[in-house]
Design a protein around this ligand. Structure first.
Ligand SMILES: [Zn+2]
Ligand SMILES: [Zn+2]
Length: 364
Protein backbone atom coordinates (compact mmCIF):
# COMPACT_ATOMS: atom_id res chain seq x y z
CA UNK A 1 0.00 0.00 0.00
CA UNK A 2 1.62 3.29 -1.04
CA UNK A 3 1.93 5.96 1.58
CA UNK A 4 1.00 9.56 1.15
CA UNK A 5 4.60 10.67 0.89
CA UNK A 6 5.70 8.80 -2.25
CA UNK A 7 4.84 9.64 -5.83
CA UNK A 8 5.13 13.12 -7.37
CA UNK A 9 4.90 15.86 -4.83
CA UNK A 10 1.88 18.12 -5.00
CA UNK A 11 2.85 21.73 -4.81
CA UNK A 12 0.17 24.08 -5.99
CA UNK A 13 -3.56 24.23 -5.50
CA UNK A 14 -4.21 24.18 -9.24
CA UNK A 15 -2.20 21.02 -9.63
CA UNK A 16 -4.09 19.19 -6.91
CA UNK A 17 -7.42 20.02 -8.47
CA UNK A 18 -6.15 18.78 -11.81
CA UNK A 19 -5.05 15.49 -10.27
CA UNK A 20 -8.39 15.04 -8.58
CA UNK A 21 -10.34 15.74 -11.76
CA UNK A 22 -8.20 13.30 -13.71
CA UNK A 23 -9.00 10.70 -11.15
CA UNK A 24 -12.74 11.27 -11.09
CA UNK A 25 -13.12 11.47 -14.84
CA UNK A 26 -11.30 8.25 -15.64
CA UNK A 27 -13.94 6.20 -17.45
CA UNK A 28 -12.75 2.80 -16.30
CA UNK A 29 -13.00 3.88 -12.68
CA UNK A 30 -16.35 5.47 -13.20
CA UNK A 31 -17.81 2.48 -15.00
CA UNK A 32 -16.45 -0.30 -12.87
CA UNK A 33 -15.89 1.10 -9.46
CA UNK A 34 -14.61 -1.64 -7.26
CA UNK A 35 -16.72 -0.40 -4.47
CA UNK A 36 -17.60 -2.47 -1.49
CA UNK A 37 -20.04 -1.47 1.16
CA UNK A 38 -19.50 -2.48 4.73
CA UNK A 39 -22.24 -2.99 7.28
CA UNK A 40 -22.37 0.67 8.29
CA UNK A 41 -23.01 1.75 4.72
CA UNK A 42 -19.71 3.55 4.08
CA UNK A 43 -18.13 2.65 0.81
CA UNK A 44 -14.47 2.04 0.14
CA UNK A 45 -12.61 1.62 -3.14
CA UNK A 46 -10.62 -1.57 -3.36
CA UNK A 47 -7.73 -0.99 -5.75
CA UNK A 48 -6.83 -3.78 -8.13
CA UNK A 49 -3.93 -2.81 -10.29
CA UNK A 50 -0.84 -0.77 -9.65
CA UNK A 51 -2.15 2.09 -11.77
CA UNK A 52 -5.35 2.33 -9.88
CA UNK A 53 -3.48 2.38 -6.62
CA UNK A 54 -1.48 5.30 -7.91
CA UNK A 55 -4.69 7.13 -8.74
CA UNK A 56 -6.15 6.44 -5.34
CA UNK A 57 -3.09 7.79 -3.63
CA UNK A 58 -3.15 10.84 -5.89
CA UNK A 59 -6.76 11.43 -4.97
CA UNK A 60 -5.98 11.11 -1.28
CA UNK A 61 -3.18 13.60 -1.56
CA UNK A 62 -5.48 15.91 -3.50
CA UNK A 63 -8.10 15.71 -0.76
CA UNK A 64 -5.52 16.22 1.98
CA UNK A 65 -4.09 19.28 0.29
CA UNK A 66 -7.51 20.53 -0.78
CA UNK A 67 -8.06 24.04 0.48
CA UNK A 68 -11.59 25.12 1.26
CA UNK A 69 -12.83 27.86 -1.03
CA UNK A 70 -12.02 31.29 0.31
CA UNK A 71 -14.72 33.49 1.76
CA UNK A 72 -15.77 36.07 -0.79
CA UNK A 73 -17.69 39.13 0.28
CA UNK A 74 -18.85 41.51 -2.44
CA UNK A 75 -16.54 44.50 -2.57
CA UNK A 76 -19.32 46.74 -3.83
CA UNK A 77 -21.42 45.96 -0.72
CA UNK A 78 -18.52 46.90 1.52
CA UNK A 79 -17.96 50.18 -0.29
CA UNK A 80 -21.68 50.93 -0.43
CA UNK A 81 -21.88 50.48 3.33
CA UNK A 82 -19.10 53.01 3.78
CA UNK A 83 -20.97 55.55 1.65
CA UNK A 84 -24.20 54.92 3.55
CA UNK A 85 -22.40 55.48 6.85
CA UNK A 86 -20.85 58.70 5.61
CA UNK A 87 -24.27 59.94 4.46
CA UNK A 88 -25.89 59.04 7.75
CA UNK A 89 -23.15 60.75 9.75
CA UNK A 90 -23.48 63.93 7.72
CA UNK A 91 -27.28 63.97 8.13
CA UNK A 92 -27.08 63.45 11.89
CA UNK A 93 -24.30 66.00 12.21
CA UNK A 94 -26.26 68.62 10.29
CA UNK A 95 -29.30 68.07 12.51
CA UNK A 96 -27.18 68.14 15.62
CA UNK A 97 -25.34 71.32 14.71
CA UNK A 98 -28.68 72.99 13.97
CA UNK A 99 -29.13 73.12 17.77
CA UNK A 100 -26.47 75.81 17.85
CA UNK A 101 -28.15 78.03 15.28
CA UNK A 102 -29.20 80.49 18.01
CA UNK A 103 -25.79 80.54 19.69
CA UNK A 104 -22.86 82.60 18.55
CA UNK A 105 -21.55 81.16 15.26
CA UNK A 106 -18.03 81.06 16.75
CA UNK A 107 -19.13 78.47 19.33
CA UNK A 108 -20.09 75.94 16.68
CA UNK A 109 -16.98 76.69 14.67
CA UNK A 110 -14.69 76.47 17.69
CA UNK A 111 -15.88 73.12 19.05
CA UNK A 112 -16.88 71.38 15.83
CA UNK A 113 -14.17 68.66 16.07
CA UNK A 114 -15.38 67.79 19.57
CA UNK A 115 -19.02 67.64 18.48
CA UNK A 116 -18.12 65.45 15.53
CA UNK A 117 -16.05 63.11 17.70
CA UNK A 118 -18.85 62.86 20.26
CA UNK A 119 -21.43 62.06 17.59
CA UNK A 120 -19.16 59.49 15.97
CA UNK A 121 -18.53 57.84 19.30
CA UNK A 122 -22.25 57.69 20.08
CA UNK A 123 -23.02 56.19 16.68
CA UNK A 124 -20.19 53.66 16.90
CA UNK A 125 -21.14 52.80 20.49
CA UNK A 126 -24.73 52.10 19.50
CA UNK A 127 -23.82 50.18 16.36
CA UNK A 128 -20.34 48.69 15.88
CA UNK A 129 -19.43 48.27 19.55
CA UNK A 130 -22.77 46.81 20.63
CA UNK A 131 -23.93 44.96 17.51
CA UNK A 132 -20.74 44.46 15.52
CA UNK A 133 -22.03 46.41 12.53
CA UNK A 134 -22.62 50.05 11.73
CA UNK A 135 -25.98 51.10 10.30
CA UNK A 136 -24.65 51.15 6.75
CA UNK A 137 -23.26 47.64 7.22
CA UNK A 138 -26.57 46.40 8.56
CA UNK A 139 -28.32 47.70 5.47
CA UNK A 140 -25.83 45.80 3.33
CA UNK A 141 -26.17 42.56 5.34
CA UNK A 142 -22.61 42.86 6.65
CA UNK A 143 -20.89 42.82 10.01
CA UNK A 144 -17.41 42.95 11.46
CA UNK A 145 -15.68 39.88 12.76
CA UNK A 146 -12.41 39.23 14.51
CA UNK A 147 -10.30 37.90 11.64
CA UNK A 148 -7.44 36.99 13.97
CA UNK A 149 -9.54 34.02 15.07
CA UNK A 150 -10.20 32.89 11.50
CA UNK A 151 -6.80 32.08 10.07
CA UNK A 152 -6.20 29.32 7.54
CA UNK A 153 -9.00 26.81 7.15
CA UNK A 154 -11.15 28.61 9.69
CA UNK A 155 -11.71 31.41 7.17
CA UNK A 156 -15.00 29.93 5.99
CA UNK A 157 -16.00 28.81 9.49
CA UNK A 158 -19.74 29.03 9.98
CA UNK A 159 -19.48 30.82 13.34
CA UNK A 160 -17.97 34.28 13.16
CA UNK A 161 -15.88 35.44 16.09
CA UNK A 162 -17.18 38.76 17.41
CA UNK A 163 -14.85 41.72 17.82
CA UNK A 164 -12.76 41.59 20.94
CA UNK A 165 -12.83 44.29 23.60
CA UNK A 166 -9.35 45.42 22.56
CA UNK A 167 -10.36 45.77 18.94
CA UNK A 168 -13.30 47.96 19.89
CA UNK A 169 -11.17 50.13 22.15
CA UNK A 170 -8.41 50.46 19.59
CA UNK A 171 -10.99 51.29 16.92
CA UNK A 172 -12.54 54.03 19.07
CA UNK A 173 -9.13 55.40 19.96
CA UNK A 174 -7.73 55.44 16.43
CA UNK A 175 -10.82 56.07 14.33
CA UNK A 176 -12.51 58.72 16.48
CA UNK A 177 -9.68 59.92 18.73
CA UNK A 178 -7.13 59.83 15.93
CA UNK A 179 -9.28 61.89 13.61
CA UNK A 180 -10.09 64.39 16.34
CA UNK A 181 -6.42 64.72 17.34
CA UNK A 182 -5.35 65.18 13.74
CA UNK A 183 -7.87 67.98 13.16
CA UNK A 184 -6.95 69.71 16.42
CA UNK A 185 -3.19 69.57 15.77
CA UNK A 186 -3.65 70.80 12.22
CA UNK A 187 -5.90 73.65 13.34
CA UNK A 188 -3.44 74.69 16.03
CA UNK A 189 -0.51 74.52 13.62
CA UNK A 190 -2.37 76.52 10.97
CA UNK A 191 -3.60 79.27 13.31
CA UNK A 192 -0.15 79.66 14.88
CA UNK A 193 1.54 79.52 11.47
CA UNK A 194 4.01 76.77 12.26
CA UNK A 195 4.96 76.50 8.62
CA UNK A 196 6.05 80.16 8.61
CA UNK A 197 8.49 79.70 11.52
CA UNK A 198 12.25 79.65 10.83
CA UNK A 199 13.57 76.31 9.61
CA UNK A 200 15.50 75.52 12.81
CA UNK A 201 12.42 76.05 14.98
CA UNK A 202 10.88 72.89 16.43
CA UNK A 203 7.41 73.96 15.28
CA UNK A 204 8.49 74.10 11.66
CA UNK A 205 10.08 70.68 11.97
CA UNK A 206 6.94 69.20 13.56
CA UNK A 207 4.88 70.73 10.77
CA UNK A 208 7.11 69.11 8.14
CA UNK A 209 6.82 65.74 9.89
CA UNK A 210 3.05 66.09 10.04
CA UNK A 211 2.92 66.73 6.31
CA UNK A 212 5.12 63.72 5.64
CA UNK A 213 3.03 61.54 7.93
CA UNK A 214 -0.09 62.56 6.06
CA UNK A 215 1.50 61.67 2.72
CA UNK A 216 2.64 58.29 4.03
CA UNK A 217 -0.85 57.60 5.37
CA UNK A 218 -2.40 58.47 2.02
CA UNK A 219 0.05 56.28 0.14
CA UNK A 220 -0.58 53.35 2.48
CA UNK A 221 -4.33 53.85 2.17
CA UNK A 222 -4.02 53.72 -1.60
CA UNK A 223 -1.99 50.51 -1.43
CA UNK A 224 -4.54 49.05 1.00
CA UNK A 225 -7.35 49.97 -1.36
CA UNK A 226 -5.60 48.32 -4.31
CA UNK A 227 -5.10 45.17 -2.23
CA UNK A 228 -8.76 45.39 -1.23
CA UNK A 229 -9.78 45.55 -4.88
CA UNK A 230 -7.64 42.47 -5.49
CA UNK A 231 -8.74 40.22 -2.63
CA UNK A 232 -11.74 42.06 -1.11
CA UNK A 233 -10.68 41.64 2.50
CA UNK A 234 -9.98 44.85 4.36
CA UNK A 235 -11.75 47.99 3.24
CA UNK A 236 -9.63 50.46 5.16
CA UNK A 237 -6.14 50.61 6.59
CA UNK A 238 -7.53 50.67 10.13
CA UNK A 239 -9.59 47.52 9.50
CA UNK A 240 -6.44 45.79 8.24
CA UNK A 241 -4.31 46.85 11.19
CA UNK A 242 -6.96 45.81 13.71
CA UNK A 243 -7.88 42.71 11.66
CA UNK A 244 -11.53 43.65 11.57
CA UNK A 245 -13.00 42.00 8.52
CA UNK A 246 -16.43 42.47 7.00
CA UNK A 247 -18.45 39.30 6.44
CA UNK A 248 -22.08 38.54 5.68
CA UNK A 249 -24.46 38.57 8.60
CA UNK A 250 -26.67 36.01 6.88
CA UNK A 251 -24.74 34.10 4.26
CA UNK A 252 -27.70 32.55 2.51
CA UNK A 253 -29.38 35.88 1.81
CA UNK A 254 -29.06 37.09 -1.75
CA UNK A 255 -28.07 40.64 -2.43
CA UNK A 256 -31.22 42.47 -3.32
CA UNK A 257 -30.36 44.82 -6.12
CA UNK A 258 -32.72 45.57 -8.93
CA UNK A 259 -30.43 45.78 -11.92
CA UNK A 260 -33.35 46.74 -14.12
CA UNK A 261 -33.82 49.90 -12.11
CA UNK A 262 -30.09 50.58 -12.06
CA UNK A 263 -29.89 50.17 -15.82
CA UNK A 264 -32.73 52.61 -16.30
CA UNK A 265 -31.01 55.06 -13.98
CA UNK A 266 -27.80 54.68 -15.96
CA UNK A 267 -29.52 55.25 -19.28
CA UNK A 268 -31.33 58.35 -18.03
CA UNK A 269 -28.19 59.69 -16.44
CA UNK A 270 -26.22 59.24 -19.66
CA UNK A 271 -29.08 60.78 -21.65
CA UNK A 272 -29.32 63.91 -19.48
CA UNK A 273 -25.53 64.28 -19.57
CA UNK A 274 -25.67 64.10 -23.34
CA UNK A 275 -28.45 66.71 -23.49
CA UNK A 276 -26.56 69.02 -21.14
CA UNK A 277 -23.64 68.76 -23.53
CA UNK A 278 -25.76 69.20 -26.65
CA UNK A 279 -28.22 71.97 -25.73
CA UNK A 280 -25.67 74.80 -25.43
CA UNK A 281 -24.40 73.94 -28.92
CA UNK A 282 -27.83 74.50 -30.46
CA UNK A 283 -28.55 78.13 -31.42
CA UNK A 284 -32.28 78.32 -30.76
CA UNK A 285 -32.54 81.98 -31.81
CA UNK A 286 -30.96 81.28 -35.16
CA UNK A 287 -33.15 78.25 -35.84
CA UNK A 288 -36.24 80.29 -34.91
CA UNK A 289 -35.25 83.14 -37.23
CA UNK A 290 -34.48 80.75 -40.08
CA UNK A 291 -37.86 79.08 -39.74
CA UNK A 292 -39.70 82.43 -39.57
CA UNK A 293 -37.84 83.65 -42.68
CA UNK A 294 -38.57 80.44 -44.53
CA UNK A 295 -42.28 80.69 -43.74
CA UNK A 296 -42.98 84.40 -44.11
CA UNK A 297 -40.16 85.51 -46.41
CA UNK A 298 -38.00 88.60 -45.70
CA UNK A 299 -39.52 90.78 -43.02
CA UNK A 300 -39.89 94.42 -43.91
CA UNK A 301 -41.25 96.94 -41.48
CA UNK A 302 -42.51 100.35 -42.28
CA UNK A 303 -42.02 102.44 -39.17
CA UNK A 304 -40.94 106.01 -38.39
CA UNK A 305 -37.14 106.36 -38.20
CA UNK A 306 -37.01 107.18 -34.48
CA UNK A 307 -38.66 103.82 -33.59
CA UNK A 308 -36.42 100.70 -33.20
CA UNK A 309 -37.97 97.93 -35.28
CA UNK A 310 -36.44 95.22 -33.05
CA UNK A 311 -37.90 96.72 -29.87
CA UNK A 312 -41.19 97.16 -31.69
CA UNK A 313 -41.25 93.50 -32.77
CA UNK A 314 -40.67 92.44 -29.15
CA UNK A 315 -43.54 94.62 -27.93
CA UNK A 316 -41.19 96.44 -25.58
CA UNK A 317 -42.77 99.37 -23.68
CA UNK A 318 -40.16 101.87 -24.96
CA UNK A 319 -39.63 101.57 -28.68
CA UNK A 320 -37.72 104.82 -29.30
CA UNK A 321 -34.13 104.09 -30.40
CA UNK A 322 -31.75 104.13 -27.45
CA UNK A 323 -27.99 104.55 -28.15
CA UNK A 324 -28.50 104.58 -31.94
CA UNK A 325 -26.30 102.42 -34.20
CA UNK A 326 -26.48 102.31 -37.97
CA UNK A 327 -26.25 99.12 -39.99
CA UNK A 328 -24.50 98.67 -43.34
CA UNK A 329 -27.92 98.99 -45.02
CA UNK A 330 -28.42 102.39 -43.40
CA UNK A 331 -31.12 101.61 -40.86
CA UNK A 332 -30.90 102.66 -37.22
CA UNK A 333 -31.51 100.48 -34.16
CA UNK A 334 -30.69 100.49 -30.46
CA UNK A 335 -27.11 99.30 -29.85
CA UNK A 336 -28.29 96.59 -27.47
CA UNK A 337 -30.99 95.29 -29.86
CA UNK A 338 -28.86 95.04 -32.97
CA UNK A 339 -25.73 93.76 -31.17
CA UNK A 340 -27.52 90.91 -29.37
CA UNK A 341 -29.38 89.99 -32.56
CA UNK A 342 -26.13 89.73 -34.55
CA UNK A 343 -24.40 87.80 -31.77
CA UNK A 344 -27.24 85.29 -31.57
CA UNK A 345 -27.57 84.90 -35.32
CA UNK A 346 -24.66 85.75 -37.64
CA UNK A 347 -26.91 85.97 -40.69
CA UNK A 348 -29.38 88.31 -38.99
CA UNK A 349 -31.36 90.22 -41.62
CA UNK A 350 -32.27 93.86 -41.15
CA UNK A 351 -35.91 93.92 -40.00
CA UNK A 352 -36.63 96.98 -42.14
CA UNK A 353 -35.18 95.89 -45.51
CA UNK A 354 -34.27 92.19 -45.10
CA UNK A 355 -30.60 92.70 -46.07
CA UNK A 356 -27.98 90.78 -44.04
CA UNK A 357 -26.48 92.96 -41.30
CA UNK A 358 -22.70 92.67 -41.55
CA UNK A 359 -21.47 95.67 -39.59
CA UNK A 360 -22.80 98.40 -37.36
CA UNK A 361 -21.43 101.81 -36.54
CA UNK A 362 -22.34 104.48 -34.06
CA UNK A 363 -24.56 107.26 -35.37
CA UNK A 364 -22.80 110.63 -35.13
ZN1 LIG B 1 -34.37 98.63 -29.84
ZN1 LIG C 1 -31.91 97.77 -43.50
Amino acid sequence: MPTDTDGPSVSSGGRTNEDASQFWTRPELAQSPNVTRDASGTSTIVPESEREQTFVSAARRALAAYRPSSLNVLRVSQLDAELLDAELTSVVKEQFLAIFSLFKPTLKEKYEPEFTALLQYLMCHLSIYSMGASYGLQLQNLKYRNEARHSGRLEVSAIDAPLSKWQKMAHALLYIGGRWGWIRVNRHATTHEWSAQPERDWRNRVWTYLQKAENVYRALSLVNFLVFLYNGRYRSLLDRVLRMRLVYTRREMARQVSFEFMNRQLVWHAFTEFLLFLVPLVNVERIKNTIIRAISGPVTVDLPDHICAICHAKDAPKTVVHTPYRTNCGHVYCYYCIKTSIMADHSFPCPRCGQKVEEISRCT
